[in-house]
Design a protein around this ligand. Sequence first.
Ligand SMILES: [Zn+2]
Length: 300
Amino acid sequence: MRWKGRRVSSNVEDRRGSSGAKVGGISIVGLVVAFVAWKFFGVDPQQAYQATQQITAAQSQTGTAPEQLSAEQKEASDFVGTILADTEDTWTSIFQQLGQSYVAPKLVLFNGRVQSACGTAESAMGPFYCPSDQKVYIDTQFFKEMRQQMGISGDKNQTELSRQDQAGDFAQAYVVAHEVGHHIQNLLGISSQVQRAQAQANRTQANQLSVRLELQADCFAGIWANRNQERTQFLEAGDVEEAMDAAQKIGDDYLQKRATGQVVPDSFTHGTSQQRMHWFETGLKSGDLNQCDTFNSRSI
Ligand SMILES: [Zn+2]
């Protein structure tokens, strides 16, 4: 796929580098400060420890300046920023047609561990969207693993992100577009409707609703590919197949197995690979929001 030379979104928050990895867990400095505070100032150690934790968290929030990023890491943020900008242009125009204004999500790049409004996420547990802070979280290490471990076009490319025109890039773009799809569901109130329905449903029904929500995000990713193709002619031969391959492989088992943090990873229940392909293609061919009603479709 072609991606260089287009607008790069300013909504990328780069938290890679050493500061991001320190958030959470037991901080030795925090314990020492808490002990000193208790010993010398009579402060409740638990309170003092919590206070130092907050300071540490605040520091890592503000200290987001990427430290000594490699050329590959820089390229990773340029790539992700370009795809994010593509989704912004796509959804701004679709929302305009609906008479609404689009509020773009932020996209946080991290490595190691990250603090989100939805909890702490561990390294490489996969991308996710947090509705509470309206941010997409992506560990660029995940892209690397997509290629190396899952075999998504990983044969020749060992850099953190593929170079221009190398295989694997569209699969990564698709992952970003899928996560932005969850943001769209949040903005349109679909996610909260599903949550309410799930609260009254039994486990099987709740699970089916999750699948439909995931398939709709795939359909929304297809809409992005359709509109972006119209606008920029970015697709190249083999790109769509590549995304299908990724959709097949980024399944429940892969990410659930890796999940260790508090955040429920994305792809909790994504549906079968066939369903995923069907809905991505539906969005891709139609470019139409109305075609993505996975909830009222008999055959999902
Ligand atoms: Zn998802």
